[in-house]
Design a protein around this ligand. Sequence first.
Ligand code: HEC
Length: 249
Amino acid sequence: MNKQEKESYLREYALMKQEGKPFFPYAVAKDGAMAAVVMLSIILMSLFLGAELGPKADPTTTTYTPRPEWYFFFLFELLKVIKPAELVQLATIGVPTICMILLFLLPFYDRSPERRPERRPIATTAGIFTICAMGYLTYLGAHAGPPTQIDMETPPALVAQGGEKLEQFEAGKQVVTQSGCAACHKFGENGNDGPGPDLTDIAARLPEQAIARTLINPTAPMPSFQNLQEEEPEKFDAMVMYLSQLKGE
Ligand code: HEC
């Protein structure tokens, strides 16, 4: 703001002050009335509508999708977008803190007296970009599948064939999603990239018997699934069959 602008602003301000009503009690009374209406609505809603609790917690579920409240979806999604472990701190603490600090300091670094959005291209663009980015991340967060889900396409040949083979494939997929493999392996777009190798195209690299052998006698830190093979051989076979169909997308 230059000297001339400052003077014209002060002149306008003095004029307004002469004509206008003082903040106390007029504006305070208005704010107070509105605050009372909001409080009263909340009290009435909690009395008559009650609070939603959602379904009862089920400790045995393996398909639960942990999700924050909707207004944190963008943050939740940001965490998923930022993959490298070293950057996780930056995503969880860094980005929101930096944004808050920038917002607090806004009156100090943005001294322009201009108020029209079209005359403030940088601020307007930054604002629109932030709103769009948060909106998009919120949308992605709201539609995210459970962390154990595998979204890879079922091989078309198998779908065409149908029957028992397809059933076994689907069963195997379920065993894989429920056995926590995705905590260490990537399947298409799902799962973690490491410490285990990407399994998207495991069948192109390992024959079926070798996959079964790896599951029974793996190299640490991969856990052995020998118990599963002994106790529920059907599930184990389905899992091996499923993996032997993963030839990449
Ligand atoms: C604790 C992490 C972890 C879990 C859980 C895990 N794995 Fe692994 N897996 C690994 C690691 C690490 C390797 C690589 C071992 C090596 O270098 O030989 C591996 C290797 C493999 C391989 C061989 C890959 C190749 O290219 O040779 C297959 C197949 C495999 N895992 C399947 C599975 C399946 C199926 C599950 C779930 C039922 C599973 N893994 C669970 C860590 C894990």
